[in-house]
Design a protein around this ligand. Structure first.
Ligand code: UDX
Length: 442
């Protein structure tokens, strides 16, 4: 073992596990379980992703993932197949890690979950435990049981709380492990797969387990909308968001996590899960007003950031060129789904600006993507900032802190920086002659 995160299980039962879906959740799950000594078969039906995996490439930039996958493959504990039906034959546990895209009304589209259940149902060996990791509405475990239609098969909920970019580290050190099922013995067996992670285990019923995932993400989203609103309030009353975060974060009941003001929250989970929670609550006759307010507040915040950029270039943005640093929804991922940067740059273009952008994860080939059609992708941060009327930092990639702003100062048309991630040093930039604004700071 070279990665130092895990050692194969000693004295624990080695299990045969299938993982259906090799995406952001499935791959780290497969990597972690196989690194613990279990025999894992991953099913991926997307041809390109399947082939990449066979070649030892995970096709996402998750730190430590390829290393773990390759180690397990070389040790014969991990194999990749292209159909769920083939993966599950003789598995003792089947992890469902398929997508649950968002329907137009915000609810979750369960067709991939039910499709996978239909495909694997007849192939499962008696006693197999199905573990659903996909984020699904309350009652889906029961739905999967219905689709499978076999009394000898138990379905368990085991939501995933990992963050993109640190999924492997999160998987080895989860804050908690949640398992939900009506069959407590099956739930305990699933919990045992993760037993020496030294994390607290919450065993509950399936419905509560499913809701825990939505409630966690809704809470985090609400906390972010709150801190972004406080940062905006700091701006209008002349207070400091940096000091405000210190002043409230030291209160252990509040804590510092998820308290960093930014351009708004995004990604593949928080927006989708908050919308789903509102839709689920509504269909059950409950108005999840606080979550709706968090979603609306986030939209307003992104508008405010775009407007801040307009104001920074003098009030009329039409005809201005804005150099944008960062397109992904956060650093250390290549994911641009629901990225605040995409939403804000689109708004700038709608207001008549020209946007040039650089992101370390966007290569010249991926620059053709439709979500980037409104802007020009540059090959270097310096190229993106050259001859611009303002620079907007929209993702907190560490490399942006290291840029040579003396060089940048010489190449821009107007020295204006809007740092929507609060990652740069105000004094240094002001000394260099930049007009500098950020979120919640004077
Ligand atoms: C999130 C949850 O953290 C994870 O538990 C869940 O399983 C999936 O959704 P992820 O989507 O990877 O994970 O992103 P996360 O790191 O949580 O960030 C979400 C958004 O909040 C990003 O847009 C990020 O930039 C923003 N954010 C986060 C802030 O603006 N400030 C912060 O302090 C933290």
């Amino acid at each position: 073992m070279t990665h130092g995160w895990a050692e194969p299980l000693l004295g624990e039962e080695i299990r045969r596990i299938a993982v259906v879906g090799a995406g952001y959740v499935g791959l780290p799950t497969a990597a972690v379980l196989s690194s613990r000594g279990h025999f894992v078969t991953v099913a991926e039906r997307d041809k390109e992703r399947y082939q990449n995996l066979r070649d030892g490439l995970s096709s996402n930039v998750e730190q430590g993932l390829d290393e773990l996958l390759n180690e397990s493959m070389a040790a014969g504990r991990l194999k990749v197949v292209n159909s769920a039906a083939a993966a599950v034959v003789d598995a003792e546990f089947v992890f469902l890690c398929v997508e649950t895209p968002q329907n137009e009304d915000g609810s979750a589209d369960l067709s991939f979950v039910t499709g996978a259940a239909m495909e694997i149902g007849p192939k499962l060996a008696t006693g197999t435990i199905i573990v659903n990791k996909s984020t699904v509405p309350m009652g889906t475990v029961g739905l999967i049981e219905q689709v499978i239609g076999r009394p000898d098969i138990v379905v368990v909920s085991n939501p995933e709380f990992l963050r993109e970019g640190s999924a492997i580290a999160d998987s080895f050190n989860p804050d908690r492990i949640v398992v939900g099922a009506s069959d407590r013995e099956a739930a305990a067996q699933v919990a045992k797969l993760f037993c020496n992670f030294q994390s607290p285990v919450v065993i509950t019923d399936a419905t509560t387990s499913e809701l825990i995932k939505y409630a966690s993400n809704a809470f985090l989203a609400t906390k972010l909308t709150f801190v972004n609103a406080m940062a905006s309030l700091c701006e209008v009353v002349g207070a400091s968001a940096d000091d405000l975060v210190l002043g409230i974060g030291y209160d252990k009941r509040i804590g510092f996590e998820f308290l960093h003001p930014g351009p708004g929250w995004g990604g593949s989970c928080l927006p989708k899960d908050t919308a789903a929670l509102v839709a689920i609550a509504k269909s059950a006759g409950f108005d999840a007003e606080i979550v709706r307010a968090a979603i609306d507040g986030n939209q307003e915040h992104m508008k405010r950031v775009a407007d801040k950029i307009r104001v920074a270039v003098g009030g009329e943005i039409r005809g201005s060129t804005i150099g944008v640093l960062g397109l992904t929804f956060k650093a250390n991922t290549e994911d641009r789904r629901n990225s605040p940067s995409i939403s804000i740059t689109q708004r700038l273009v709608d207001m008549g600006a020209v946007v040039k952008a650089y992101d370390p994860s966007v290569s010249s080939t991926s620059a053709e993507a439709t979500d980037l059609a409104h802007l020009t992708v540059c090959n270097s941060p310096y190229e993106a900032m050259k001859n611009t009327n303002a620079i907007a930092i929209l993702t907190e990639w560490p490399m942006f802190r290291e840029l040579d702003f003396v060089r940048v100062r010489e190449s821009v048309a107007t020295p204006v920086i809007i740092d929507a991630r609060n990652i740069l040093d105000v004094e240094t930039l002001k000394r260099l002659g930049f007009s500098y604004s950020s979120v919640g700071r004077q």
